[in-house]
Design a binder for this molecule. Structure first.
Ligand SMILES: [Zn+2]
Length: 421
């Protein structure tokens, strides 16, 4: 099938695509949320435990936010190392590193920007970051893939503001490409152009036509998950896709739940930024829907059930006192490190005793302290998401992606006591 310099398209099923980026990352794949270089609260040892339970470096990548490195250590310190991989001690980790200017958890919409800078929330507070500084940081970080600086707009913004966002984002991309041509950015860093255009058909088309003329390695869709309906979202993505090079990889930001992942894959996205395991783990929640291909597909011909609770659809809350004597693992049949060793009762106990220490737990706060139960929950949730993505890829290879999506919708509603990994 078709191939570009950075992407091998191996098969399609409808608009869903099976591929490989830079000859190493099997797609569709998730980009795991990281903080200062690593998926919180895991250590390299726990990430390696994910491999032992079925994942591999070819099945996921790390998404790093430039905001985590802008103030401290800064491009000067990073330049003393061979990029962010060496700085973070990741030389032995084979996962691809993707860097962009947004943080999936600590997102703040409507931040001020101008023709030359955007506002980033860094460790030292809000900072105006000029494109030249962003390029300098990317040049020092040397990720495998870098997303161009984006002047983000929300769906509610006016056409005038959207036009400004398109003009700025395009200008900043051109500045990056000029720096690369001048030898100031390593050729090994593949640039994914941020795709913008808000709700404007005209601006989406204008921008996409301009992008199609430029030498970029892929496209990063941004600005979604800001209040648009699914129908609107689909229309906006299609407007842009219509004019872009179909042979280049596409990344989706801001949509990372399993339903959003399936929707994105259905739209033809190849990499999905996902902080979903982090969101769940930080609240004491664990994925309980089936994740294996066989486990999901057996629901394909089942009657659709009423969900026990729309909020707890496909996950369990280990804060629940019902689990205080439960000897089962988080999910029966799960092969992750946590399920192999620990019971629901023990994780419930850890959650409860940490709460009794009266630790402040601001919702999704960056100051949130990582504790042992979150390591267990995070191992489980990341493992489940990676196996789920393996199942998504298998469904495309088997030409059964639509059936898989239907089966998943039903499986997720099944009562959690029936579910197995
Ligand atoms: Zn598990």
């Amino acid at each position: 099938m078709a191939t570009s310099a950075d992407f091998d398209l191996l098969a399609t099923d409808g608009h869903a695509r099976l591929g490989r980026i830079k000859a190493s990352l099997n797609t569709p794949a998730v980009l795991l949320y990281t903080r200062r270089g690593f998926p919180p609260p895991l250590t390299p040892r726990e990430v390696k435990s994910l491999y032992q339970s079925g994942a591999s470096p070819s099945t996921f990548a790390f998404f790093m936010s430039a905001a985590d490195f802008y103030d401290d250590p800064g491009s000067g310190v990073l330049s003393s190392f061979r990029g962010v991989r060496e700085f973070c001690g990741l030389q032995d980790q084979k996962e691809m590193i993707v860097v962009g200017n947004k943080d999936a958890v600590n997102q703040q919409f409507g931040m001020p920007s101008s023709d030359t800078w955007v506002t980033l929330q860094t460790s030292a507070g809000q900072k105006k970051v000029a494109n030249e500084d962003y390029i300098k940081l990317l040049s020092a970080m040397q990720p495998d893939i870098a997303v161009s600086l984006v002047d983000e707009v929300q769906m509610e913004n006016s056409d005038k503001r959207i036009k400004k966002s398109v003009d700025r984002t395009l200008k900043w991309l051109d500045e990056y490409l000029a720096e690369r041509k001048g030898g100031n950015v390593a050729e090994s860093v593949t640039i994914f152009a941020a795709v913008v255009g808000g709700t404007s058909h005209r601006e989406r088309e204008r921008y996409a036509r301009e992008l199609a003329k430029r030498e970029v390695g892929g496209y990063a869709f941004t600005g979604f998950g800001t209040g648009e309906s699914e129908e609107e979202r689909e229309a906006f993505v299609r407007m842009s896709l219509e004019h872009l090079d179909q042979h280049k990889p596409r990344m989706m930001s801001g949509l990372g739940s399993p339903d959003e992942i399936l929707w994105s894959v259905k739209m033809g996205m190849d990499v999905l930024e996902s902080a979903y395991p982090w969101f769940l783990s930080s609240q004491g929640l664990a994925i309980s829907f089936p994740v294996s291909y066989e486990g999901i597909m057996k629901y394909a011909d089942e009657e659709e059930m009423e969900a026990e609770s729309s909020l707890m659809n496909g996950k369990i809350n280990l804060w629940d006192t019902d689990y205080c004597k439960n000897t089962d693992p988080i999910t029966k049949g799960c092969s992750c490190f946590a399920c192999a060793k620990y019971s629901r009762a023990y994780i419930h106990h850890l959650l409860k005793t940490n709460e009794m220490l009266a630790e402040a737990r601001p919702f999704f706060s960056v100051k949130h302290r990582m504790t042992s139960q979150q390591v267990f929950l995070s191992c489980h949730n990341q493992h489940c998401l990676l196996i789920f993505m393996e199942s998504v890829r298998q469904s495309i290879a088997d030409q059964s992606f639509e059936k898989f999506c239907t089966a998943f919708r039903k499986a997720r509603k099944a009562p959690s006591r029936f579910l197995q990994g």
